[in-house]
Design a protein around this ligand. Structure first.
Ligand SMILES: Cc1cc2nc3c(=O)[nH]c(=O)nc-3n(C[C@H](O)[C@H](O)[C@H](O)COP(=O)(O)OP(=O)(O)OC[C@H]3O[C@@H](n4cnc5c(N)ncnc54)[C@H](O)[C@@H]3O)c2cc1C
Length: 493
């Protein structure tokens, strides 16, 4: 296979392909395989020459797992973007290099169906699905990983031989555990995913038009915005509390509100605004939004601007909330610290948030709180590798900077903010009545650092809970040489 080395004009363009500019890798060479056979050959060559390799699909990793200076060979799957209906498996085949946006586009234009997946159209399916993958439609339809029927993975055996294997969720499949591990363990653990096959668990027959949920006919978005300067601590508390209470009351699997998804952006005061952005689908969309805002925004008692728009599904999916992913995002360095919540934030956690979000500091960022639950919570914790199945919100402290001088204050701020949200549990959201660990698609290496995790609960329990030993057994079987590893990868049993 052709090796793209630093002298090649394609090298710097490919090296740039990463969302989080906090990390820089410098592989000896990059390869662009176009088929499973080429992935297998490229893996074989790297393993045989004892070079550290890593795979990249969409480049949206939030930590430095791909852009790691120790990596010598980078397999970039950008050329593997085929999507088709596979009648033999009665499922949609999606190559791992396809982006989420391309997946939405092809499934909609081809068959008017949708796979519920993540929010940013540039995310790669390769890393995304294996990490669970939540998004705008998850309350109504669940996670993308819940639709995984089969996966093709290039693995390396004890003798160092690379080979492709297909693992399905069929009960009699001897490789079923490898399928299971790809429903929530996250990318970069067992091998290189070349293809996913996706179909609804309850789909029957061989009709592509019913193999996945029908796409929404339209999306109604809403944007609520307040001037930060009009808030005192009381109003801030009401806003955060109302959002948590709403999530608590409306995240049951039978809630009529599941077609509504929203995110509360508790931005730092430097940003000037506090916001809610969300959407609803279906004939009841406007009524759902009215009730959502009547419960959350109106009782805050501070005037806000409200913008409601309708758009066809695909137009929305390919460019959702454009202001969130502005041009400057191309060069942003970021840190995201995720936490699942099973119950609303307490008054004392909201007071901590107020303190950090109003601190005099030269930083940008905030606390984002996304609605969750619904259909996601209809699956038992061990049916897939995604163990968190009783949460009502996904919450994240986040920050970003453009100037490298912003790194130190931003990191210090976001790390201490997160730590102080969980003072009784060692600075992290341990699985308990209120919190439930964190999402591996939003990896945070601080959870493995005793400076930031003093809970006594290891990072892998925060991500995988009781599923970790089983994941370790899959790792021992399918990647016995630990060829595929990163700072938070599964350790062999
Ligand atoms: C702006 C932004 C928005 C996001 N929104 C969401 C969201 O709405 N919902 C959500 O669940 N997550 C979201 N994420 C997180 C995202 O799902 C994960 O970062 C995911 O791992 C990205 O996959 P990728 O292929 O783009 O990333 P990459 O950087 O290419 O890879 C990420 C990890 O997966 C591994 N990997 C990549 N491809 C493969 C493969 N083919 N086989 C095996 N391992 C592989 C990599 O080695 C690496 O460890 C978001 C991230 C960003 C930056």
């Amino acid at each position: 296979m052709e090796k793209i080395t630093p002298g090649d004009i394609r090298y710097s363009d490919l090296a740039e392909k990463r969302f989080n500019k906090r990390y820089t890798g410098k592989p000896e060479y990059i390869v662009l395989p176009a088929s499973t056979a080429e992935v297998t050959a490229a893996v074989q060559e790297a393993v045989s020459s004892q070079r550290r390799l890593v795979v990249r699909s969409g480049g949206h990793c939030l930590e430095g797992f791909v852009s790691d200076p120790a990596v010598q060979v980078l397999l970039d799957l950008s050329l593997m973007t085929n999507i088709s209906y596979d009648a033999a498996r009665a499922a949609f085949m999606v190559e791992a290099g396809a982006t989420v946006g391309e997946m939405y586009r092809r499934l909609f234009l081809g068959w008017s169906v949708v796979l519920p997946a993540g929010e940013h159209p540039g995310i790669g399916m390769g890393g995304h699905v294996a990490g669970g993958a939540f998004g705008f439609l998850c309350r109504e339809y669940g996670l993308a990983a819940d639709y995984l029927y089969a996966v093709e993975v290039v693995t390396v055996d004890t003798s160092g031989k690379a080979q492709a294997v297909i693992a399905t969720r069929e009960n009699n499949d001897p490789h079923r555990e490898l399928w299971w591990a790809h429903t929530g363990a996250g990318g970069g653990n067992f091998g290189i995913v070349t293809r996913y096959w996706l179909r609804a668990p309850d789909a029957t027959g061989n009709d592509p038009y019913t193999a996945l949920p029908k796409a929404p006919s339209a999306i109604t978005t809403f944007r609520v915005s307040w001037e930060w300067k009009e808030f005192d601590e009381g109003a801030f508390n009401r806003l955060a509390k109302n959002f948590g209470t709403w999530c608590h009351q409306h995240s049951k699997p039978d809630s009529p509100t599941l077609p509504l998804f929203s995110i509360l952006f508790l931005n730092h005061r430097n940003i000037g605004k506090l916001e809610i952005k969300g959407l609803a689908t279906g004939a009841d969309a406007h009524r759902l939004i009215d009730h959502h805002l009547a419960d959350i925004a109106v009782p805050v008692g501070i005037p806000y601007s409200l913008q409601i728009e309708e758009s066809p599904w695909l137009r929305f999916a390919l460019n959702p909330f454009p202001e969130l992913f502005q041009p400057g995002m191309d060069s942003v360095a970021a840190k995201v610290k995720d936490a699942y919540f099973r119950a609303p934030l307490t008054d004392s956690q909201i007071a901590t948030a107020y303190r950090y979000l109003t601190a005099e500091a030269p930083i940008g960022g905030g606390l984002g709180m996304a609605t969750y639950g619904g259909k996601v919570n209809t699956i038992t914790p061990d049916a897939t590798a995604t163990a968190q199945r009783s949460c009502i919100m996904d919450v994240a402290c986040n920050t970003g900077w453009l100037d490298p001088k912003g790194a130190a204050p931003s990191l210090e701020w976001v790390r201490n903010f997160y730590k102080d949200l969980f003072p009784d549990t060692g600075g992290v959201p341990v699985p308990n009545e209120q919190t439930d660990g964190a999402m591996i698609n939003h990896p945070d290496t601080d959870l493995a650092d005793p400076v930031w995790n003093k809970s006594g609960t290891p990072w892998y329990t925060l991500y995988y809970k009781d599923n970790y030993p089983r994941l370790q057994r899959v790792k021992a079987k399918w990647d016995p040489l630990n060829v595929f590893h990163h700072a938070l990868s599964i350790q062999p049993a």
